[in-house]
Design a protein around this ligand. Structure first.
Ligand code: EPU
Length: 304
């Protein structure tokens, strides 16, 4: 059954108690690293965690769809998103709570977390070098590279349930898959990360080496949303796409990167439709040549 999109009045009611910013018909493309996609009915930027709870309760009681936008591993369709989109950019608190235990709110960017850890001579986050996402997004998708993943350092999650109750979920209660953490319905507002002491120079050199590798192999200077597809077990999506002759495939301004075939870059004015056409063409090409169905690593959201 198709649900009717919420009316402005319903959205207003749901947001009545919220103290943070509320922006109507807000374009979302500028909030994503790929820079494509349409507007949200309403974008909410809560002032703090209490405000996040007000948003969640308002959405819950009024039956309004609500999603959090991190912005780096996602593609928003051109017609945009019905209901509420929430951005956690004011949740940027970070502290070392106990020896080697760091608490970071969901809106903290991974590069900032890495700087913080380096400043305190804490190792464990080097795998994230060059990932532009947030702590919240990283927890939800169990972000990682071949050097490590979020689950290696995650001790517990600061979580708000779908009906607005705050609770701490120990990592031992969660299941971590490849690029997915199985969380209950609700929103991550922070994470406790267990790091370990190390010499500053050791952390710096691991980070530098890794950043150099990424710079040399990935198209980091053009808008992109990171790896497009998950790597199939025992193989790599980039290798398969290149071997299928699809490097450089272009639709409008969306292009399979000539530097790394598992990236799609926006060469200027790509639309979500262009990008998704490239995605489907690549999937079909690889399936035809190798019989492998590539699975998207990105989340695709919004109205068709
Ligand atoms: N390859 C090709 N052609 C290409 C690209 C890659 O043949 O155009 C080959 C490479 O030669 C290599 C293999 O594919 O033998 C793997 O490539 P790479 O080392 O670049 O790593 P990846 O598996 O494509 C993963 C992560 C990246 C992460 C890098 C480096 C996934 C899906 N992606 O990429 O993560 O930066 O390792 O650690 O696991 C992300 O998830 O958004 C992301 C960027």
């Amino acid at each position: 059954m198709l649900r009717q999109p919420p009316t402005r009045e319903q959205l207003r009611r749901a947001l009545a108690l919220v103290e943070g910013e509320v922006r109507w018909r807000e374009p979302l493309a500028p909030l994503t690293s790929l820079q494509v996609g349409g507007p949200a009915d309403v974008l909410v930027i809560p002032a703090d965690v209490e405000d996040v709870i007000r948003v969640i309760r308002g959405a819950h009681v009024n039956h309004i769809p609500l999603m959090v936008l991190g912005g780096t591993n996602v593609i928003i369709r051109d017609k945009g998103v019905r209901g509420m989109v929430m951005q956690l950019k004011h949740l940027t608190h970070i502290q070392e709570e106990a020896d080697h235990l760091v608490y970071a709110q969901a809106g903290v960017r991974l590069p900032r977390l890495m700087q913080f850890a380096l400043g305190r001579k804490l190792s464990g986050m080097e795998w994230a070098a060059g990932i532009p996402g947030t702590v919240g997004g990283g927890v939800v998708m169990n972000a990682g590279t071949r050097l490590g993943e979020m689950k290696d350092v995650l001790q517990a999650v600061d979580f708000i349930t779908a009906n607005g109750k705050r609770k701490r979920i120990e990592a031992t209660m969660l299941t971590f898959l490849y690029r997915k953490t199985t969380l209950p319905k609700g929103i991550v507002v922070g994470a406790w990360l267990k790091l370990r002491a190390a010499a500053k120079a050791t952390i710096q050199s691991a980070t530098k080496q890794y950043l150099q590798y990424r710079k040399a192999t990935q198209p980091l200077t053009l808008p992109n949303a990171g790896s497009v597809f998950k790597n199939p077990i025992g193989d790599s999506a980039g290798r398969l796409i290149e071997a299928a002759g699809l490097k450089g495939l272009r639709m409008g301004d969306a292009e399979v990167s000539t530097k790394h075939a598992n990236f799609i870059v926006n060469r200027g004015t790509a639309t979500a439709d262009d990008v998704l056409t490239v995605v489907r063409t690549v999937q079909a090409g690889v399936a035809k040549k190798f019989g492998v169905r590539l699975q998207l690593e990105w989340k695709v959201i919004g109205e068709r």
